[in-house]
Design a binder for this molecule. Structure first.
Ligand SMILES: Nc1ncnc2c1ncn2[C@@H]1O[C@H](COP(=O)(O)OP(=O)(O)OP(=O)(O)O)[C@@H](O)[C@H]1O
Ligand SMILES: [Mg+2]
Ligand SMILES: [Zn+2]
Length: 331
């Protein structure tokens, strides 16, 4: 999977930082223990001495190799057990002198047997999403600035009970964001223009990102354009594979389904994203101002059936808040 050079460097740098942090922390702890329990340092020195003997043995391949090897190994194990015992006796945890890596699988090296570790792949996706988001030109929206006042006394005949329904939608979305996990449901947010679908999606994005998840948010049309350019571009391998990044990100928010032109490439790409994420069990949030009938008319059955069966639908109601704000001179 391809990533652009800057994304790759950022991920590599983060892995390096993590390794430095783990090593520095261990050095600090060893210095501390050296002062408080010098016996441990003595034992640790002996152990490293025997390690040298061990490598000498291996090089020399003497006749009594196995016997000496086992003896040294036994001494090492005893030494390590003593260190643990002394740590516990002095009120420390027995693992106090073991390095704490962010990723124990690769010990913060980023690779295992020449293969990229999953922690490295996660970071690559994270920085690729960060770059995509920075180019997305989406407004800053949060729950704090989502007011229910706009839904009071609405003139919208389709929803006399608009305020109550939108209170429920807001409560649902706050709960969703606060309790987010990779197993969270996917959401399909429907409703007319200017009633807060994008605002609430971005509020979820903000909260979920703050919890450390990687959240890609952007207009579907913009994503499809990027993917199309990469797909038909001349140098496909030097750029980030945006399609794969959108499939892999923890949470994907596709804003404004229906604003794109209907081309077979767009439709198959959209299907690919939705279906791949369903297969991975990852949550996606999609918003649209098309009616259910329009959706059914405009999209392939394969997409529609997934949106209405796998996704939880939230119906939004209200008057166009863009207009309300203009009328009230709030911009
Ligand atoms: N409940 C709300 N409280 C405060 N501001 C809101 C609220 N809902 C929407 N807005 C603001 O109104 C404008 C329109 O909202 P938004 O972009 O979320 O609409 P939308 O439903 O996504 O519309 P469209 O279908 O046209 O994309 C934005 O500036 C948004 O910040
Ligand atoms: Mg919108
Ligand atoms: Zn790793």
């Amino acid at each position: 999977m391809a990533f652009d050079r800057l994304t790759y460097e950022k991920a590599e740098n983060e892995i390096k930082q993590r390794r430095f942090r783990a090593e520095n922390r261990l050095t600090e702890r060893m210095d501390e223990i050296n002062v408080k329990i010098p016996e441990i340092t003595e034992i640790a020195n002996k152990i490293s001495q025997t390690s040298i003997e061990l490598s000498k043995l291996i090089i020399r391949k003497e006749s009594n190799f196995t016997e000496s090897f086992n003896k040294i190994k036994e001494q090492n194990l005893q030494g390590q057990a003593m260190i643990k015992q002394l740590l516990v006796q002095n009120g420390y945890s027995e693992n106090y002198l073991e390095p704490v890596y962010t990723c124990p699988s690769c010990k913060d090296k980023g690779h295992i047997n020449g293969e990229r570790c999953s922690c490295f792949n996660k970071l690559l996706t994270h920085f690729a999403v960060e770059k995509l988001n920075s180019e997305a030109n989406m407004p800053e929206c949060d729950f704090e600035h989502f007011s229910l006042d706009y839904y009071k006394g609405t003139s919208n005949p389709s929803c006399p009970d608009c305020y109550r329904k939108m209170s429920e939608n807001l409560a649902f979305c706050k709960h969703y964001a606060n309790n987010f996990s990779l197993k969270s449901d996917s959401l399909f947010i429907l409703g007319q223009t200017g009633i807060g679908k994008t605002h609430i999606s971005l509020s979820i994005a903000k909260e979920v990102s703050a919890q450390g998840y990687t959240v890609a948010y952007g207009s579907l049309l913009n994503y499809l354009r990027i993917i199309e350019k990469e797909h038909f571009g001349r140098t496909p391998n030097s750029e980030t594979d945006t399609l794969q990044v959108l499939i892999d990100t923890d949470l994907l928010i596709l804003d404004d389904l229906g604003s794109e032109f209907q081309t077979s490439f767009y439709e198959s790409t959209l299907y690919n994203i939705i279906n791949s994420r369903i297969n991975l069990g990852l949550p996606t949030i999609i918003s649209s101002n098309l009616s259910v009938e329009e959706l059914q008319r405009n999209y392939n059955e394969r997409i529609i059936s997934r949106l209405f069966s796998v996704f939880t639908t939230l119906m939004f109601f209200g008057d166009d808040i863009r207009q309300l704000k203009r009328l009230r001179n709030e911009f």
